[in-house]
Design a protein around this ligand. Structure first.
Ligand SMILES: Cc1cc2nc3c(=O)[nH]c(=O)nc-3n(C[C@H](O)[C@H](O)[C@H](O)COP(=O)(O)OP(=O)(O)OC[C@H]3O[C@@H](n4cnc5c(N)ncnc54)[C@H](O)[C@@H]3O)c2cc1C
Length: 388
C-alpha cells in the first residue's frame, strides 16, 4: 500500500469542496481549493439539515457553532394544497434527537457555508479564487489540473467538487446534465405576522404537478419557500412572479394558511432542475487518484432535501477513512467509493420518487393522502436516511 501524505487539490468551494478540504486539512494534509467564482460565499437561501447532516457537522467539528445559529423547527407538517386541514404532523425537536442522536434543523445556506469556510481558513487551507478548472487528468504519480488560462497545478490527489453542472466529473456526460424541464421557484420571505404554523414548522404542501415547502431559517421571521413545479405546469405558471392571486386560483388552493403565505409573494427566483439519472458504477465516484464528491458525483433532485446533507456526509466518510488509515493512501478513494455507492444511488432514486409522490394528481392523490394519514410517520420519517 503506497502512502502519500502529500498535497491535495480540490475543485469547487461549495459545501462538498469545503467539507473535503476540512477533512483533509484536519489530518495535516496540504490542501488547495480552486473556486471559479471571484468571491467564495454561499447563497442566502435556506437549507434543511436532517440528523445525518448534523452528525456529519459534529464529526467535522462544526455542530456547536451551527446549533447556535440555526432554527429548530417544531414539526414537519404535510398538507394537501386543496384540503383545509393538514394530513399529518411529525414531531421534530427533541423527538429527532431522541430517535437519531442528532437534531433536525434549518439554517441559511450562507451561514453554513461561512462556518465551513472559516474553519478551513483556520486550518490553513489555501484558496485560489477566480480559478475555473477546465480539465483534470492523471498519470502514475500525479494529478494535474488546468485552469481556463492554461495554468497547470500538480497534486498527489484531487477531489472534484464542482457541483451539479460539473465539467470535470466522471459521469461521462458530453455537455453536462440536461435540464428536466421542471423548475423550482425560491423565495426568502420575511413577515412576522404569519401564523405560528408557518413560523415554527416545516410545511409541505402537495398539489397537482407541483409541491411547495416552507420553513423558517432563523428566529427573525425569515421563511424559506421552495416551490417545485413539474414541466407539465411550468408554462402556465411563468406569470406567478407578478400575480399571486392567479397562482392561488390556478392551483385551486383551499388551505387558508398557504393562501396567506402566498398572497403577497412576488419576484420568485427560478432554478432549473436537472435530469440527474443514477450513478451505475463505483468509478463515477473515483478514478485512480481522483475522488468525485457532492453533486459532481451523485447529482440529486432536491425532493428529499438531501443534496447538502450528502455533501457533508461525503466529508464525514472521508474523515473517517483518513482516521482509520492514519492518512491518505492510494486505496482510500476506492474504499470511499465502495462505501458510498449504494447509498448515493438509493438517494438519487428516492429523491425522484418523492417528487412524483408529492405531485400526484387525481385519483392517485387521494390514495396517497390516505396512506399519509394512516402511515405518515413511517413514510415520511425516513430512518434509512437519518440514521446514517
Ligand atoms: C431548490 C433546491 C433546494 C435544495 N434544498 C436542500 C436542502 O434543504 N437540504 C439539502 O441538504 N440540500 C438541498 N439542496 C441541494 C444542495 O444545495 C446541493 O446538493 C449542494 O449544495 C451540493 O454541494 P456541492 O458542493 O456538491 O455543489 P455546489 O454547491 O454547486 O458547489 C460547487 C462549487 O464549485 C464551483 N465550480 C463549478 N465549476 C467549477 C470549475 N470548473 N472550477 C472551479 N470551481 C468550480 C462553483 O462555483 C461552486 O462554488 C437543494 C438544491 C436545490 C436546487
Amino acid at each position: 500500500m503506497k502512502s502519500k501524505q502529500g498535497n491535495v487539490g480540490v475543485v469547487g468551494a461549495g459545501i462538498s469542496g469545503l467539507s473535503a478540504a476540512l477533512s483533509l486539512s484536519t489530518f495535516g494534509i496540504e490542501v488547495t481549493v480552486f473556486e471559479r467564482a471571484d468571491d467564495i460565499r454561499g447563497e442566502g437561501v435556506g437549507i434543511q439539515l436532517t440528523p445525518n447532516a448534523s452528525k456529519s457537522l459534529k464529526e467535522l467539528g462544526l455542530l456547536d457553532e451551527i446549533i447556535r445559529k440555526c432554527f429548530y423547527p417544531r414539526q414537519l407538517v404535510v398538507n394537501d394544497m386543496r384540503s383545509l386541514k393538514s394530513l399529518k404532523e411529525i414531531n421534530l425537536g427533541n423527538a429527532m434527537v431522541k430517535k437519531y442522536g442528532f437534531p433536525y434543523v434549518t439554517i441559511s445556506r450562507s451561514v453554513l457555508h461561512k462556518a465551513l469556510l472559516e474553519k478551513c481558513k483556520k486550518l490553513k487551507v489555501k484558496f485560489k479564487h477566480g480559478a475555473a478548472i477546465r480539465s483534470v487528468y492523471q498519470n502514475e504519480e500525479l494529478v494535474i489540473c488546468e485552469n481556463t488560462n492554461g495554468q497547470k497545478s500538480h497534486f498527489d490527489y484531487m477531489c472534484v467538487c464542482d457541483g451539479i453542472r460539473s465539467q470535470n466529473n466522471n459521469l461521462n456526460l458530453k455537455n453536462g446534465l440536461k435540464t428536466s424541464g421542471s423548475v423550482v421557484f425560491r423565495k426568502i420571505y420575511s413577515n412576522t405576522d404569519l401564523v405560528q404554523v408557518i413560523q415554527k414548522n416545516i410545511n409541505v404542501w402537495m398539489g397537482d404537478d407541483c409541491h411547495l415547502v416552507s420553513y423558517p431559517i432563523n428566529s427573525m421571521g425569515h421563511i424559506n419557500i421552495v416551490f417545485a413545479v413539474n414541466k407539465k405546469l411550468v408554462k402556465k405558471i411563468m406569470s406567478i412572479s407578478k400575480k399571486p392571486e392567479f397562482l392561488i386560483d390556478l392551483l385551486k388552493i383551499k388551505n387558508r394558511t398557504l393562501i396567506d403565505l402566498l398572497k403577497n409573494i412576488q419576484d420568485w427566483k427560478k432554478w432549473p432542475l436537472y435530469n440527474t439519472g443514477f450513478i451505475t458504477k463505483v468509478n463515477h465516484i473515483t478514478e485512480g487518484r481522483v475522488l468525485f464528491m457532492g453533486d459532481a458525483a451523485h447529482p440529486l433532485y432536491p425532493h428529499l432535501a438531501q443534496g447538502a446533507a450528502m455533501a457533508l456526509e461525503d466529508g464525514r466518510v472521508l474523515f473517517k477513512l483518513l482516521k482509520k488509515n492514519k492518512g491518505i493512501y492510494d486505496e482510500t478513494f476506492q474504499e470511499f467509493a465502495t462505501s458510498r455507492f449504494r447509498r448515493c444511488q438509493r438517494m438519487q432514486i428516492e429523491s425522484q420518487i418523492n417528487g412524483h409522490i408529492f405531485q400526484l394528481g387525481w385519483p392517485l392523490r387521494d390514495i396517497r393522502n390516505m396512506f399519509i394519514k394512516t402511515l405518515g410517520s413511517r413514510l415520511i420519517d425516513k430512518s434509512w436516511i437519518y440514521k446514517f
